[in-house]
Design a protein around this ligand. Structure first.
Ligand SMILES: C[S@@+](CC[C@H](N)C(=O)[O-])C[C@H]1O[C@@H](n2cnc3c(N)ncnc32)[C@H](O)[C@@H]1O
Length: 207
């Protein structure tokens, strides 16, 4: 990475960290995961999409305050969860104490010896990273995430959308993972709705 690219990525990470820490700092559960039927249905649908059996090591990126991490620790032998916000992570550690939490920027973080994983969860996070100035690093994220899975491992994508234009953008995320070598196994849009927002839920598999 050139010095200019590294500076752009650091600047983007700084801005996102500041924004997310402010958002989580205003109040607990700023996205109302605990109180909104849509969010409860979305997290339940994500859980179901991972299949019924127990899981080995699992990675959740953009875990926020750990509402989905809490579900993962009940069924995975080892849960690693990453977020850019220290404020969110403090709460996540209390909610899902047996998971390992790391503060990091997805555009530069690598799991190294922590991987590869049976499942990687990427939910309502990619649109935070898709920014002018870091387009090359964002493009590189798709093959990087694909490389973190074991053969046969599953990538779970879940991103909210309002209207056809946003739905096409969410599908484009999934297509980029397909171009990175993952195979689409299932894709659904659960009925639940939050003021016109619904969730595109895609499960992909590493061949
Ligand atoms: C809307 S929340 C989604 C939380 C959870 N994944 C879910 O679906 O319920 C987005 C989370 O992504 C995190 N995030 C945004 N940009 C990030 C980045 N570059 N690296 C790591 N986490 C990031 C935010 O701090 C926030 O906690």
């Amino acid at each position: 990475m050139s010095v200019w690219s590294a500076l752009r990525v650091s600047w983007q990470a700084y801005k996102t960290r500041r924004k997310m820490n402010r958002q989580f700092g205003r109040r607990e559960d700023p996205f109302s995961y605990a109180t909104t039927p849509y969010e409860a249905a979305r997290l339940a649908a994500m859980d179901e999409a991972l299949g019924a059996g127990p899981l080995g090591p699992v990675l959740e990126v953009g875990c926020a305050e750990g509402h989905f991490t809490e579900k993962l620790i009940g069924r995975s032998s080892r849960v690693l969860a990453v977020d850019i916000s220290a404020v969110a992570l403090d709460r996540a550690r209390k909610r899902a104490a047996s998971a390992v939490f790391l503060e990091a920027d997805l555009l530069t973080w690598e799991p190294g010896a922590e991987g590869p994983f049976d499942a990687v969860i990427v939910a309502d996070v990619l649109y935070y990273l898709d920014r002018a100035g870091v387009r090359a690093e964002f493009a590189a994220l798709f093959p990087r995430v694909a490389s973190w899975l074991k053969p046969g491992g599953r990538l779970l994508l879940a991103h909210g959308f309002a209207g056809d234009k946003e739905l096409a953008r969410r599908r484009a995320f999934r297509e980029r993972f397909e171009r990175a070598g993952l195979r689409l196994v299932a894709e659904t849009i659960p009925e639940a709705d939050r003021g016109g927002v619904r969730c595109l839920l895609s499960t992909l598999e590493k061949i």
